[in-house]
Design a protein. Structure first.
Length: 460
C-alpha cells in the first residue's frame, strides 16, 4: 500500500514538472559535430555581449573542453571574439604562445603554458583550432588573465622568467646592466602562491619589473611587425609588467612566512579581485574589446551568496548585461576531480547528489549534451531555486540561476584522454595515503595475530 502511495505522489510531482520541462528549451549539442551552426542558438543571447565566460565545475573531463570549444569556434568565427584568456599565468602562456607561433606544428607543447591538469588531448584541440584560425581573417589568440606567474606545466616556478628572457632576446637585446641571475632572483618570490615572499623582497621586485618594462617597450613593436595579423601577441606582452605588479600586490596582501599560516580563502579572494582588474585590461586591449574567459566555476560564477569574492562577481558588477556566463555541469558519470587545490590532491570519483529536478529535466529534454538559457524560465521550472550540483569533489547547493546565465549540461562525464600511467597517477593520487594506512593496519593485524599465536604456543 505504501509503495503504491509513493508511486502516486511521484507521478503527481513529475506530472507537475513536465509542463515546465517541456516549456524550457534545451538546445542539443553534438560534440563530434564540427559545424559551428549548431551553436547558432547563442547568436540572439550574445549579440550585445562583450565578455563571455566559460566555466567548468570539474577541471578534468573529456566532455567539458570539447563542448566549450564549439562555443569558442562560434564566437571567433561569427561574432568578433578573437581573444581567449585562461585562468593561469600571462607570462607562462605568452612564452608558450611565442614558441607555438614559431613552430605551429608542435601541438603537444601548445598547452605547456597552462596548468598541468589542462595538458590533455581535449585541451590541445583548442590550440589546434587556434592554429587553424590564423590562416583566416579572424585569428584566435590565447592568453591568460590570472596573476600567478610560474604556474605553467612547462615553465613552472622561476623557469618562466628564464624562458621570458630567452624569448624577448629574440626580438631585442636586454637593457644594459641587466644581470639575468639577479633579475630572476628578484621575481622568484612572486611565484608559488607568494609562499616565500617577504616584505623586504619588494624593492628588488619593483626594480626588476621596471627593467622588464623597458625591455618590452623595445621588443613589442618588433613582435607587432613579426605577427601583424595577430596584434594581441604584442599587446599581451605589453601587459606583462602590469600583471607582475598585480602579482606583487597579491604577495604584499597575503605574503609568506611573515603573515603566519596561510589563509587560502583570503588568498583566493585577493587573487580574484586583482585578476578581475587584469581581465578588464585584457578586454580593453583585445580587438573589438571582446573577450572569452575560461576558468573554474569558483572563479567565474557570480557569487550570488556573497560568501567568496570571484572574478565573475566583479565583472558582473562592471559589465552588467555585457557579460554572459556559461557554466558547464554534469549530472552523472565519473572522472578525476580535485579534492584540494592547495596540495594538488586528485583522484577518481563517481558523481552523485544531483537535484532530482535537474535529473528529470535532463532526462526529458537532453540527449547527451545540451544548452539551456536560464533567463526567463517558465513558471515551475525545475532549474529555478537552489540546486544540488556536483562541483569538483562534492555536491554543492547553489542558486543556479543567480550564478550563471546559461548552462551546458553533460549527462555523463568521463576522464580526459591521458597516457595510461599519468591517468593512473591522477586517478589514484588521493587514495595513496588511504592505501598506505590500510596496508599499515593490515600489517599490524598480521603481526598482532602472529604474536598471539606464539603466546598461545608458549603457554602450552
Amino acid at each position: 500500500m505504501w509503495s503504491r502511495r509513493l508511486c502516486t505522489v511521484a507521478i503527481f510531482l513529475l506530472g507537475g514538472m513536465l509542463p515546465a520541462i517541456m516549456a524550457q528549451r534545451a538546445e542539443p549539442i553534438d560534440l563530434g559535430e564540427q559545424d559551428d551552426r549548431q551553436y547558432s542558438f547563442l547568436d540572439p543571447l550574445l549579440r550585445n555581449v562583450e565578455v563571455v565566460s566559460l566555466s567548468e565545475s570539474i577541471h578534468m573531463t573529456h566532455e567539458f573542453p570539447l563542448a566549450r570549444l564549439g562555443v569558442v569556434r562560434m564566437l571567433n568565427g561569427n561574432s568578433g571574439f578573437n581573444v581567449l584568456a585562461f585562468e593561469g599565468s600571462p607570462e607562462d602562456v605568452w612564452v608558450s604562445q611565442d614558441a607555438f607561433l614559431k613552430n605551429q606544428g608542435d601541438l603537444y607543447d601548445s598547452t605547456s603554458g597552462l596548468f598541468g591538469i589542462w595538458n590533455t588531448d581535449e585541451m590541445r584541440a583548442i590550440f589546434a583550432y587556434e592554429r587553424d584560425s590564423w590562416s583566416t581573417g579572424h585569428g584566435l589568440y590565447v592568453t591568460a588573465y590570472d596573476i600567478q606567474p610560474g604556474t605553467g606545466k612547462g615553465s613552472g616556478g622561476e623557469r618562466v622568467f628564464e624562458m621570458l628572457q630567452e624569448h624577448l632576446a629574440q626580438y631585442a637585446p636586454p637593457p644594459s646592466g641587466l644581470k639575468a641571475t639577479t633579475w630572476n632572483a628578484a621575481l622568484i618570490p612572486l611565484t608559488a602562491a607568494c609562499t616565500s615572499y617577504k616584505s623586504s623582497d619588494k624593492p628588488a621586485a619593483v626594480q626588476a619589473i621596471g627593467i622588464l618594462e623597458q625591455w618590452i617597450a623595445v621588443a613589442a613593436p618588433r613582435v607587432d611587425a613579426a605577427y601583424p595579423t595577430l596584434p594581441m601577441h604584442a599587446e599581451a606582452l605589453r601587459l606583462i609588467p602590469q600583471n607582475l605588479r598585480m602579482s606583487l600586490s597579491l604577495c604584499e596582501t597575503v605574503g609568506g612566512s611573515e603573515h603566519g599560516s596561510r589563509n587560502w580563502q583570503e588568498y583566493k579572494q585577493s587573487r580574484d579581485r586583482l585578476s578581475a582588474q587584469f581581465a578588464m585590461l585584457v578586454k580593453n586591449a583585445a580587438p573589438k574589446q571582446r573577450l572569452i574567459l575560461w576558468a573554474h566555476l569558483s572563479h567565474l560564477s557570480y557569487d550570488a551568496d556573497g560568501t567568496n569574492t570571484s572574478v565573475g562577481e566583479l565583472l558582473h558588477q562592471a559589465l552588467g548585461p555585457k557579460l554572459y556566463s556559461i557554466g558547464t555541469f554534469a549530472t552523472g558519470g565519473g572522472t578525476i576531480v580535485l579534492f584540494s587545490d592547495v596540495n594538488e590532491d586528485f583522484g577518481y570519483t563517481r558523481l552523485s547528489g544531483i537535484s532530482k529536478g535537474i535529473r528529470v529535466f535532463t532526462n526529458e529534454a537532453c540527449a547527451e549534451v545540451c544548452f539551456t538559457d536560464l533567463h526567463n524560465l517558465p513558471a515551475g521550472s525545475p532549474l529555478a531555486g537552489r540546486q544540488s550540483l556536483w562541483v569538483e569533489a562534492k555536491d554543492e547547493i547553489l542558486p543556479l540561476t543567480a550564478e550563471v546565465d546559461g548552462v551546458i549540461w553533460v549527462k555523463d562525464v568521463h576522464p580526459p584522454r591521458l597516457p595510461l600511467l599519468l591517468l593512473f597517477i591522477f586517478a589514484g593520487k588521493h587514495y595513496i595515503p588511504h592505501a598506505i594506512a590500510l596496508m599499515v593496519l593490515l600489517a599490524g593485524i598480521i603481526v598482532w595475530r602472529a604474536y598471539r599465536r606464539r603466546q598461545r604456543r608458549t603457554a602450552r
